[in-house]
Design a protein around this ligand. Structure first.
Ligand code: LRH
Ligand code: MN
Ligand code: MN
Length: 388
């Protein structure tokens, strides 16, 4: 097994983007609970994200959702972020909260509605030009609830056309990532339900179109690490939305529901070269903190990813290959499990200390007084965007 010192180079370049909406109030369709200190503006969301980065060294960028985070002056927002030590990352579009999109957005049968949805994405690319963002992330709520409600094939064809119009507008350094989700809000047929559909659509667009894999967007029992492997193999894994799920798209803290699954995903990430310096894969959280504290929730999340990454890097790949080739089933499995069961927490804490960070970012944040400060300064915090 590699020693901890042998994996710190890779760990030191790990970066996990935070979603602005994780800092807003969120909930279920039954209740959104308010939390003292919740940001009232996107600037305050960015300040909270920068705080997570300050305590962990792991989260140097913040993703925005448009229009939830819309402002008049994106160049000024970019400067605000940079002043706080972070950059603005992925721009997420939103064509799921307007009445006009009731029967679809990029797939709608009405060309005027499709154009409105395309125009929204073109506006998002304008935002990216100002913020310096690389990725436009598209997740569509488009789909149907009943057999016969829509022409499945026609919707797919219109989607391809609409995406091509958006892709055409991207700058040479910009990318489009298409996120899939098997259901919700559409319950019969979602227009981008799985990695295969996303892959087929982005493949038709070109090199700068890739798939976004949200870990919560699969049916129970899906072998997500297999999908990770395949997309990496095909060179089409653009980004991750990390979170965890017990039932549906729960958006819980990554690694909370199934740390072993997160580890298995990261084993394929390492195997597929996605932590190499030239990797095109962007790592992001997509979570909501309904009942737990938001900033510590994000700190815990990035630490969970770091811990799983360290374990994945500890897999003795040479011994594993030898065991696989020798048909040593239990030996091979044992090598993977040894890495998983290795407790890396003390080594990680020491290593953080050696980099000028606190060994225990959760405790350091709690002792910092930041939470008390925002609670007294901020009154009437914002909802994350859902239902807003
Ligand atoms: C959809 C989704 C998508 C959205 C985000 C808020 O379920 O995962 O990424 O942009 O939630
Ligand atoms: Mn997502
Ligand atoms: Mn989701």
């Amino acid at each position: 097994m590699p020693t901890f010192d042998q994996i710190t180079d890779v760990l030191s370049r790990q970066a996990i983007e935070l979603p602005s909406w994780a800092f807003g109030n969120s909930g279920t369709r039954f209740k959104v609970f308010g939390t003292p200190g919740t940001p009232r503006t996107v600037q305050e969301k960015i300040a909270d994200a920068a705080t997570v980065h300050r305590f962990t060294g792991l989260a140097p960028s913040v993703a925005l959702h448009i229009p939830w985070d819309a402002v008049d002056d994106y160049a000024a927002l970019r400067r605000h972020a940079e002043d706080l030590g972070v950059s603005l990352g992925t721009i997420n579009s939103n064509t799921f909260q307007d009445d006009v999109y009731k029967f679809g957005s990029l797939t709608h049968t009405d060309a005027a509605v499709r154009q409105q949805a395309i125009d929204h994405h073109l506006t998002c690319v304008d935002v990216m030009d100002a913020t310096g963002s690389q990725d436009l992330k598209i997740w569509l709520a488009d789909g149907t609830n009943y057999p016969g409600q829509g022409d499945l094939r026609g919707r797919q064809d219109r989607l391809a056309e609409s995406l091509a119009a958006i892709y055409d507008r991207l700058g040479p350094e910009q990318r489009l990532v298409l996120e899939y989700k098997f259901f919700e809000p559409a319950f019969y047929a979602t227009d981008v339900p799985d990695w295969g559909t996303s892959y087929a659509q982005v493949n038709a667009l070109g090199d700068r179109a890739m798939v976004c894999l949200d870990t919560g967007h699969h049916a129970p029992g899906t072998n997500i690490e297999f999908i990770v492997m395949q997309l990496l193999r095909l060179g089409k894994l653009g980004s991750f939305d990390f979170n965890s799920r017990f039932y549906a798209d729960d958006d819980l803290i990554v690694g909370a529901a199934d740390p072993f699954q997160l580890f298995r995903i990261l084993v394929e990430v390492v195997r597929g070269g996605a932590l190499e310096p030239d990797s095109p894969v962007a790592f992001m959280l997509d979570q909501c903190h309904n009942v737990e504290a938001k900033i510590p929730g994000q700190i815990r999340s990035v630490l969970n990813v770091q811990e799983a990454t360290a374990k994945a890097l500890l897999v003795d790949t040479e011994a594993l290959t030898a065991a696989q080739e020798a048909g040593d089933v239990l030996g091979a499995n044992g090598i993977v499990m040894d890495a998983f069961w290795t407790d890396v927490r003390a080594d990680l804490a020491d290593w953080r200390g050696s980099r000028g960070l606190d060994g225990n970012p959760m405790a350091a944040f709690a002792a910092s007084g930041y939470q008390q400060q925002i609670e007294s300064e901020r009154v009437g915090g914002q909802q994350a965007g859902w239902g807003a």
